[in-house]
Design a protein around this ligand. Structure first.
Ligand SMILES: *Cc1c(COP(=O)(O)O)cnc(C)c1O
Length: 370
């Protein structure tokens, strides 16, 4: 290579570690000579139920229009989201996954002169979008693996432009309660945008986790991001959205690619939103699977971080990497989280009961061996 192109990248980009996704089933099948149908993937917090029949039908119905550009304004989906959330369509931004929303916030509002605050052990995309725009990433030490909102508020300086908060957080599963969130929002200056990432909100069944939408009226600097990738079961299609003051949505829509959400994703998301039964079943499967995983871990003498998401961070009390490798050999893909500063932990997505059992059985075997 004649030129060191990485040296041409922005300094923040040079220092970034690329996002590490969960290992695809096909890749593991190739590496270990396994059959894809014998592999269990509990690595990316996807919905184990597969897409709802209503979604498949909506996609089939949208196929004849593939030669046309999608509706760049997502009119029908925004109408449905507005009806469901109570947020006016002018305050809705559609994204190619909610990751797109996070990136739009950085691109629209943050420059090299700014700081972006988030928590240690928080979602890996926050440092990526921050450093990509040349801003300074300020990662605040966590408290009991969760966001320390007092410390995060204290970390805000006149240079801070955005704060990212995940509630519940991935990969820890930790959550922020109503009083703590309100006290934090009260402390944040109005010119600092708070992104409340609620990727797992549809899985929350307890009333100790606030709904960010309830605060949009009171805090005009708040943006709530949501996704169809998790409980709605549409990770492959890439569709998410932001709910905010219309002025924030206006800025995001100026930098957004005109057709960032494709037409199959728009049709599928609309159908998913109307399929309440699928969501109820997803929550039920998650509830029983979470209990199964917790009981299985307890039986193995392992502890975990209590979670309000569809995944569990399990403390192996030792380096998790060899256990992760051992599980791969058993055809079970979970997620190592050393890149989140959690080298003794594995994050496991709640699957179907048989998948959870496969994982627990394999874990027992591997722990006895390595
Ligand atoms: C999975 C996840 C998302 C969703 O990403 P998409 O781009 O919508 O698939 C966002 N935030 C967190 C914390 C997540 O874990």
């Amino acid at each position: 290579m004649s030129c060191d192109f990485l040296s041409l990248a922005r300094p923040g980009v040079q220092k970034l570690s690329p996002y590490v996704p969960g290992k695809p089933v096909e890749e593991l099948a190739r590496e270990f000579g396994l059959r894809p149908q014998d592999i269990v993937k509990l690595a990316s917090n996807e919905n184990p139920l597969g897409p709802s029949p209503a979604v498949r039908e909506a996609i089939a119905a949208a196929l004849p229009e593939l030669t046309r550009y999608p509706d760049g304004n997502g009119f029908a989906l925004k109408q449905a989201l507005a009806a469901k959330s109570g947020v006016n369509t002018a305050g809705i931004t559609l994204g190619n996954g909610s990751n797109d929303i996070l990136e739009l916030v950085a691109r629209a509002f943050v420059g090299p002169e700014h700081e972006v605050v988030f928590s240690d052990h928080a979602f890996a995309v926050y440092p990526i979008v921050t450093q990509a725009v040349g801003a300074k990433a300020v990662s605040v030490p966590a408290k009991d693996w969760g966001h320390d909102l007092d410390a995060m508020a204290a970390a805000i300086t006149p240079s801070t432009r955005v704060v990212f908060i995940a509630n519940p957080n991935n990969p820890t599963g930790t959550w922020i309660e109503r009083d703590a969130l309100e006290a934090f929002l009260d402390r944040v200056p109005e010119n600092v945008i708070v992104v409340l990432d609620e990727a797992y909100t549809e899985y929350v069944e307890t009333d100790d986790v606030p709904n960010g939408v309830d605060y949009l009226g009171r805090y005009s600097n708040l943006l709530v991001s949501r996704t169809f990738s998790k409980a709605y079961g549409l990770a492959a299609l890439r569709v998410g959205y932001g709910l905010s003051h219309p002025a924030i949505a206006d800025a995001l829509n100026r930098v957004r690619q005109p057709f960032n959400v494709n037409s199959l994703a728009l049709a599928a998301a609309l159908a998913a939103l109307e399929d309440e039964a699928y969501l109820i079943e997803s929550r039920r499967i998650n509830r029983i699977g979470m209990q199964q995983l917790e009981e299985g871990c307890a039986a193995l003498g392992l502890s975990w971080i209590p979670s309000r998401g569809n995944f569990l961070a399990i403390d192996l009390g030792r380096e998790a990497a060899p256990v992760f490798q051992g599980l791969l050999r058993e055809g079970v893909i979970v997620r190592p989280v050393a890149n989140y500063g959690m080298s003794n932990y594995l994050r496991v997505t709640v699957g179907l009961p048989a998948e959870n059992q496969r994982f627990l059985d394999a874990l027992k075997q591997v722990l006895a061996r390595v």
